[in-house]
Design a protein around this ligand. Structure first.
Ligand code: ADP
Ligand code: TRP
Length: 346
């Protein structure tokens, strides 16, 4: 039997999903799942670093899980689980800590940015920084290394973390298997498989309502599950220039058109582009075309999402079934590492 390579990614449940997440992360990851053994999980312990309201955290976990399922994740094909359902994650995290240089954590972008922000404000450099943020890359390395991941689909901002997971895995492999033997491949397998980040280079940045990158932090998002009326209202709010109806317009610099491209067929795109260039079409009409195309794609996703959110028991059961498939894989890795480390007396 030819073993498929493993793709794994974690999704931090820190807010409502928007169409930037859908086109930039969810769709490409679901494409990848066709070729790989995919293991996708909700990184709820990572979210805990910033989300301290229990009601909000559990609601967001369910929303994000339902979001992936309604976008087409098939839990029969992808192992889909919550990070917090895999206790082995924390056992491996502790072991990895012993191999992680503090200096490596000092260099992590997220931590450095937080320190810099404090310093610029004249505050204590470590103000408001918890150990969860400082050791974030170690927990993420455990998530990745537990499941023999080959590729980790992530956004550019997470590449450094995947490289750190690789560094940490190499330290363990080197310590327990030795450089010479390891390089000569005398072992049937590495202790920990080395992962690499897969950044989707050809995925366009989805623009937000104000023309900047669509992002929760800019408050310019179109939520993936916006009810029809809200979707329409948000699209009508997209900022445009003052060109009049008769003037010819350039589709390639119009965010309405850029968004339209995400939802429309090639033919539809060509036809709207032509109307832009001809003149005689106002922004209102272009927005109506965008709304119709967006709603056509989003309506069935929204329906599935609403059904899942109305039945949290079913949703939780899907995540639990995923965890049951994931745990034996994680347990095998931890057993291997404990044995290598000399702390397994069984
Ligand atoms: P946000 O910027 O709203 O906080 P996240 O940082 O949580 O979004 O992003 C989660 C995933 O969605 C990442 O893989 C990121 O690359 C992708 N993503 C977010 N916004 C966009 C966007 N506007 N265009 C394309 N991809 C995006
Ligand atoms: N840190 C990632 C983010 O902020 C989420 C994450 C946690 C993750 N564990 C992971 C991503 C493991 C890939 C692999 O988006």
């Amino acid at each position: 039997m030819i073993m498929k390579k493993v793709a794994l990614t974690g999704i931090k449940p820190t807010g409502i999903l928007h169409i930037g997440n859908y086109f930039g992360a969810i769709k490409p990851a679901l494409e990848l799942a066709k070729e790989y053994d995919a293991r996708y999980f909700i990184a709820d312990y990572h979210a805990l670093n910033t989300m301290k309201d229990p009601k909000e955290l559990s609601a967001t976990i369910r929303q994000v899980a339902a979001g992936w399922l309604s976008s087409g994740l098939d839990p029969e094909k992808v192992i889909f689980y919550r990070q917090s359902s895999i206790p082995e994650t924390f056992e491996l995290t502790t072991i990895l800590m012993a191999f992680t240089a503090k200096g490596l954590m000092n260099r992590a972008h997220a931590y450095k940015a937080a320190v810099q922000e404090n310093t610029e404000k004249g505050d204590d450099p470590d103000g408001g920084i918890n150990m969860g943020l400082f050791t974030y890359p170690v927990l993420m390395a455990a998530d990745i290394l537990l499941f023999d991941s080959d590729v980790v689909p992530v956004g550019k901002d997470q590449v450094q973390h995947v490289e750190m997971a690789q560094d940490i895995a190499q330290s363990l492999n080197y310590n327990y298997q030795g450089e010479r033997e390891f390089s000569e491949r005398q072992f049937s397998r590495e202790l920990l498989r080395l992962p690499r980040a897969a950044v989707q280079e050809n995925v366009a940045v989805v623009p937000g309502l104000d023309g900047r990158k669509m992002s929760k932090s800019y408050g310019n998002v179109i939520p993936l599950f916006a009810p029809e009326k809200e979707l329409r209202k948000l699209i009508m709010r997209i900022v445009t220039n003052s060109q009049g109806v008769d003037e010819p317009k350039d589709p390639d610099t119009s965010q309405i058109y850029l968004l339209y491209k995400l939802f429309a067929t090639g033919e539809e795109q060509a036809s709207l582009a032509k109307r832009y260039r001809q003149g005689g079409m106002g922004w209102g009409e272009a927005k109506e075309a965008l709304f119709a195309a967006a709603n056509r794609t989003l309506a069935p996703i929204r329906e599935k999402f609403d059904a899942l959110m109305a039945d949290p028991k079913k949703l939780d059961a899907i995540l639990e079934e995923g965890a049951e498939k994931a745990r034996p894989i994680a347990a095998a890795t931890v057993a291997r590492v404990r044995k290598a480390a000399g702390i397994d007396f069984s």
